[in-house]
Write a protein that binds this ligand. Structure first.
Ligand code: GTP
Ligand code: MG
Length: 188
C-alpha cells in the first residue's frame, strides 16, 4: 500500500509542563506504555502511569502513526540545563508542539522568554511550520484559561506561521485529539 508520509514533531516547553505525559497519551492503544484517553476502561491504569512519568533527561524519541502520517516525536527535556539541545532539531522539524503549564503563573515569563528565543531562531523565523500550543493542566484550580495564556505569551504577534492553542488535561487525555487534528491538517 501507500507509504505514510514521515513527519518529525518537536515537543518543547518548560520542565514539568506535561510534554511526556501528552506524548504517552498519543501512543497507540497497543503500545506497552499507552493506556490512554480513548479507552475509558483503562483510565485508572493510565492515571497511575502518568504519575510514574519521570523528568526527561536530554530527550527521548517516540514513534507512532495516524491514518495518514508516520510521526517521529522528539520529546525534549524542559530543564534549563537541557534547553540548549532544542535548537539542534529545529531544521528537521515539520511541526512543533509547545506545552505550557497553565497553572504555573510564576514561570510564565520564563515560558515567554523561551518561546520568543525559539520564534526568533534563524532556523524557525519566517518558516511556515505549524505550532500547536497546549495550555495544559487545565484541571488545576488556579489554571489560567487558554485565552489568558495566549495573551500572556502574546501569541497574536505570531504572523509568520500557523498556530493554534488548546486547553488540555494530559493526565486524562482531554483536549489532545482536537490539537492533534489541527496539527495534522496543517502539516504540509
Ligand atoms: P520534563 O521532561 O522535565 O521537561 O517535563 P515534562 O514536560 O515532560 O512533564 P511530565 O510529562 O513529566 O509531567 C510533569 C508532571 O505533571 C507529572 O507529575 C504529570 O503527571 C503532571 N501532569 C502532566 N499533565 C498534567 C495535567 O494536565 N494535569 C495535572 N494535574 N497534572 C499533569
Ligand atoms: Mg518529559
Amino acid at each position: 500500500g501507500l507509504r505514510k508520509k514521515e513527519v518529525n514533531v518537536l515537543c518543547l516547553g518548560l520542565d514539568n509542563s506535561g510534554k511526556t505525559t501528552i506524548i504517552n497519551q498519543l501512543k497507540p492503544a497497543n503500545h506497552p506504555n499507552h493506556l490512554g484517553p480513548l479507552s475509558p476502561e483503562w483510565k485508572h491504569v493510565s492515571q497511575t502511569q502518568a504519575q510514574e512519568i519521570v523528568p526527561t533527561i536530554g530527550f527521548s524519541i517516540e514513534k507512532f502513526k495516524s491514518s495518514s502520517l508516520s510521526f517521529t516525536v522528539f520529546d525534549m527535556s524542559g530543564q534549563s540545563r537541557y534547553r540548549s539541545l532544542w535548537e539542534h532539531y529545529y531544521k528537521e522539524s515539520h511541526a512543533i508542539i509547545f506545552v505550557i503549564d497553565s497553572s504555573d503563573k510564576l514561570r510564565m515569563v520564563v515560558t515567554k522568554e523561551e518561546l520568543d528565543t525559539f520564534l526568533n531562531h534563524e532556523d524557525i523565523r519566517g518558516k511556515r511550520i505549524p505550532v500547536l500550543f497546549f495550555a495544559n493542566k487545565m484541571d488545576l484550580q488556579d489554571a489560567m484559561s487558554s485565552v489568558k495564556v495566549s495573551q500572556m505569551l502574546c501569541l497574536e504577534n505570531i504572523k509568520d506561521k500557523p498556530w493554534h492553542i488548546c486547553a488540555s488535561n494530559a493526565v486524562r487525555g482531554e483536549g489532545l485529539q482536537e490539537g492533534l487534528d489541527w496539527l495534522q491538517d496543517h502539516i504540509k
